[in-house]
Design a protein around this ligand. Structure first.
Ligand code: FES
Ligand SMILES: [Fe+2]
Length: 350
């Protein structure tokens, strides 16, 4: 539940969605020749991978002719897409370049297009209600494709909340003990720098192991977590708003392949107890995948713990805080930059 009255608005009164890069899927979601129907930022969209350039293209979905949805039955030809209704064809700039039964193409026969970016197995969409081109970059995760690391395992959840609730985890030091079952938060620090927000944390888990994480948001919607625990892992977590109170939450887990010592063997056996995988001292791809699944389940459980709160809370504009809380005001100031015009927040153009 979200109190709509506290949401940022555009001058015309519409709900304002943040400026930035948003995940719209993993690379495998966009198969050559198959249009993908999507709805984000309250807009119906179509995405497809060009057959020649192999690039993901995204444009508004409703045909300017009589309004058919290009994501449902749209025909991909080369890098273009043809409407399923009367076969008008649009190029990657959204311009209609062919009408099979007309001599002249109307000048207004075009569709708004969106900037996309694909990197390390994920596909991103740039959103800015003012229409600015991308103002920052998504860094490449070097571990992807490295034979010393696993492949991605990823999931998508649909939540009834607003991304601002997800973002506030960055500053919420106190909830790790009460919501996620940590015994203690040993170290907690936030660093806000232009479009980056980093949380550095060391916590004592319920199993007595020390978890060290460094988690950075690149803009308002895409976070990478570097975690050193029994295994080294990388976690991606991304939020993309569908409407004012519905959001897709993606996460993906990568694990480093490493040898198992006697101390970690027991812990791993415990983690894999449900999966009936035997653990020796040599680690195989089967082990890694099984451990990765355990990480995915643990991550999912962590999100479920947050979601149980997020989906039922309201957003307090002026919360009563105590001295043990994290730097919530700083977090909110950082997040606000993505809801204002670029001219008002030059830092976001870095
Ligand atoms: S509705 Fe798309 S071509 Fe007619
Ligand atoms: Fe949390």
């Amino acid at each position: 539940m979200n109190n709509l009255a506290t949401l940022p608005r555009l001058p015309n009164g519409d709900i304002r969605y943040p400026r930035g890069w948003f995940v719209i899927g993993v690379s495998g979601d966009f198969r050559p020749g198959e249009p993908v129907r999507m709805k984000y930022f309250e807009k119906e969209l179509v995405g497809y991978r060009g057959l020649d350039d192999e690039t993901v293209h995204v444009m508004d979905a409703y045909c300017p002719h009589l309004g058919a949805h290009l994501g449902v039955g749209g025909i991909i030809e080369g890098n273009n897409i043809r409407c399923p209704f009367h076969h008008w064809q649009f190029n990657t700039e959204g311009q209609c370049i062919d009408i099979p039964y007309a001599n002249r193409i109307p000048a207004k026969a075009c569709l708004p297009t969106w900037h996309t970016h694909e990197s390390h197995g994920w596909v991103f969409l740039w959103h800015d209600p003012q229409g600015n081109p991308p103002l920052y970059e998504i860094p490449v995760l070097e571990e992807v494709g490295d034979p010393g690391w696993s492949k991605w395992i990823s999931r998508r959840l649909e939540l009834k909340t607003h991304p601002r609730e997800i973002i506030e985890n960055v500053a919420d030091k106190a909830h790790f003990v009460f919501v996620h079952g940590f015994k203690e938060v040993l170290h907690f620090e936030n660093i806000y720098e232009e479009h980056l927000a980093t949380q550095v944390m060391q916590g004592l888990s319920q199993f007595g192991s020390t978890n060290s994480t460094r988690a950075t948001y690149y803009g308002p919607a895409y976070q990478v977590t570097w975690m050193d625990s029994i295994f080294q892992s990388r976690l991606i977590n991304a939020n993309t708003p569908i409407d004012a109170n519905t959001v897709h939450l993606w996460f993906g887990v990568l694990l480093k392949k490493q040898t198992i010592d006697a101390n970690t063997k027991m812990l791993i056996e415990f983690m894999l107890a449900q999966q009936e995988v035997e653990v020796g001292t040599e680690i195989s791809d089967e082990h890694i995948e099984a451990i990765q699944m355990a990480y995915v389940e643990a991550t999912r459980k962590g999100f479920d713990e947050d979601v149980a709160i997020w989906e039922h809370k309201l957003y307090r504009t002026n919360p009563v805080l105590c001295d043990g809380d994290g730097p919530l005001a700083k977090l909110r100031k950082w997040y606000a930059q993505f809801y204002t015009d670029v001219a008002d927040h030059p830092a976001s153009s870095q």
